[in-house]
Design a protein. Structure first.
Length: 414
């Protein structure tokens, strides 16, 4: 039996005004138009659905998961100051009539490059040094990790993104995304998207180049190899990575805090070596097989060789912040969609478009949470993402209706 299309009733129509208004505050028409021109997505003739409107539409799709595409477009256009022929509107409710095929064509014409352009240019770490939970001493805490996104089952997605073949074959085509996030704010400020067939370590080689001096990057055991370490170390960033227990790290010098200096050697070229500091900590954890408590040794390597700059006892506390990126991925994949399907698109270009739209909306919500947290001097972790997302939709009386032609200054509009 075909499912009944979810519609936006009058109450939801009211809440949509604030959500779209807030997105306009984060991404003004001016910066969107520039991105569209820079990426060659500007239409060659005047259309009913110009590219900047379609850009906002892709963000609106994220705000209303599970709602039919035409319904999202209807509510978007009802709240936009468009000068169009009155014959284009229905007489009963003044809603814009756009065929689903026209929406799809408009989205394909826009592509994903303009969304990526804005994501790469405007989504940055937010925390200042007074922000709680975002720094260790003077170092900004960031983490790198990857996640997998299930996609709609279509031949185009299957051909481009493939399926995970390890163990049981995945029932869906899948995309792999690798990202760097600011731990304190959960801002995912760098991301790369590829087929599931592209390995996470392979993608990390280019992603790690986005680190910079002044950052302290944490990573799990999946990244613990000389080649990735060398790339990250050359950026000037400080590193604290968990490393596999079987990795051979000879003791060169034992330091007062119990850590020791060692040498990390390339498995491909024994002449390539880097001096590292090894921190070993004994921790209690729950055995997933038996459910019983057990002791486990956690090994970390860092390029902070001075134990006074990073005492061994602080390593486990800092590493716990790595889980903030896992929480950010959960917000992307579960909290934002709040529906059975994260991605709607059945063709690769629109899949990329939707993923970047999700990243942009997530940033807008997290930006609001950060501003709220610093205003009352608390850690952004103390605020609920789900509650903040609901508040953006609920407080409809406090902000003006959304207009892409609005001339107000955006905080990102420079």
């Amino acid at each position: 039996m075909a499912r009944t299309k979810k519609e936006i009733n009058s109450k939801l129509n009211l809440t949509s005004k604030i959500s779209l208004s807030y997105l306009c505050k984060s991404y003004s028409k001016k910066i969107i138009d520039k991105a569209i021109i820079d990426t060659g997505a500007k239409e060659q003739r005047v259309r009913i659905l110009p590219s900047n409107i379609v850009f906002y539409y892709t963000l609106a799709l994220v705000m209303y998961p599970g709602v039919a595409a035409k319904e999202v477009m209807r509510i978007l256009l009802e709240n936009i100051n468009l000068k169009t022929n009155k014959n284009n509107f229905a007489n009963d409710n003044n809603s814009f009539i756009v065929a689903k095929s026209a929406i799809t064509k408009a989205r394909k014409r826009l592509g994903y490059e303009s969304l990526k352009n804005i994501y790469d240019k405007y989504v940055k770490p937010l925390a200042n040094k007074g922000s709680k939970g975002s720094f260790y001493k003077d170092l900004r805490l960031v983490a790198i990790d990857g996640t997998i996104l299930n996609l709609p089952d279509s031949k185009e997605n299957d051909d481009h993104f493939k399926r995970q073949m390890s163990g049981n074959k995945s029932p869906f085509p899948q995309a792999r995304m690798i990202s760097i996030a600011e731990c304190g704010t959960h801002i995912i400020f760098k991301s790369d998207i590829a087929s599931i067939k592209v390995g996470e370590v392979t993608m990390a080689k280019s992603m790690l180049k986005n680190l910079s001096k002044g950052m302290l990057c944490t990573a799990d055991r999946n990244y613990s190899c000389y080649e990735l370490w060398d790339i990250a170390n050359n950026t000037g960033a400080s590193l604290l990575w968990r490393i596999k227990n079987k990795t051979k790290l000879p003791v060169e010098e034992i330091l007062p805090d119990g850590s020791y200096l060692s040498i990390l050697t390339s498995s491909y070229d024994k002449k390539k070596k880097k001096k590292v500091r090894v921190i070993e900590l004994l921790s209690k954890c729950i055995d997933p097989q038996t459910g019983e408590e057990k002791e486990e040794i956690y090994r970390f390597i860092t390029n902070i060789l001075d134990h006074n700059m990073l005492p061994a006892k602080d390593a486990s506390i800092i590493y716990q912040d790595r889980w903030e990126i896992e929480t950010a991925f959960k917000e992307l994949k579960i909290s934002l969609p709040n529906y059975k399907s994260l991605i709607r698109a059945k063709v690769p270009d629109l899949v990329y478009q939707e993923i970047y739209a999700i990243l942009l909306v997530h940033y807008s919500v997290r930006q609001l949470m950060y501003e709220a947290a610093i205003s009352i001097e608390i850690d952004p972790d103390n605020l609920s993402f789900n509650h903040s997302l609901s508040a953006i939709k609920r407080k409809s009386q406090s902000l003006a209706i959304f207009f892409p032609k609005d001339k107000r200054t955006s905080p990102n509009n420079s």
